[in-house]
Write a protein that binds this ligand. Structure first.
Ligand SMILES: [Ca+2]
Length: 124
């Protein structure tokens, strides 16, 4: 758990708590189910893969070994994930909701291809 750069995370948590009673049971179950992202070292979901899960907002995962500075595609199964190039949460990065991201080298702005070192669960 970290407090780095997490004003947004904190606000999300407050909003979730405040709105909780308005959610349907199904929506609540989805949120309580946590966040999951699967990362791949190559584009198009190829190469080595790693599944990362979080059960609360703000949880961080630091990539090591062959996954550090190597991720080139990802699938966000649930939650929203902030991917950052530096281990302290700074640097280039992006926020990814549920979906498939087949090639990190094709996004607009500074490329995050082969740069990601940290994943932060924004909503879980
Ligand atoms: Ca790569």
């Amino acid at each position: 758990m970290s407090n780095i750069n997490n004003h947004e995370v904190g606000m999300n948590k407050i909003n979730l708590a405040g709105n909780f009673q308005d959610l349907t049971c199904e929506q609540a179950a989805t949120i309580q189910g946590g966040a999951q992202i699967i990362v791949y070292t190559d584009a198009n979901f190829q190469g080595d893969s790693l599944s990362v899960t979080a059960d609360s907002a703000g949880q961080q995962y630091q990539f090591t070994d062959k996954f550090n500075n190597s991720i080139s595609s990802a699938k966000v199964i649930s939650g929203t994930w902030d991917l950052r190039s530096n281990e302290d949460g700074s640097g280039v990065g992006g926020t990814f909701g549920p979906g498939e991201y087949s090639d990190f080298s094709t996004f607009a702005g500074p490329s995050i291809n082969d740069t990601v070192s940290l994943a932060i669960a924004q909503i879980a």
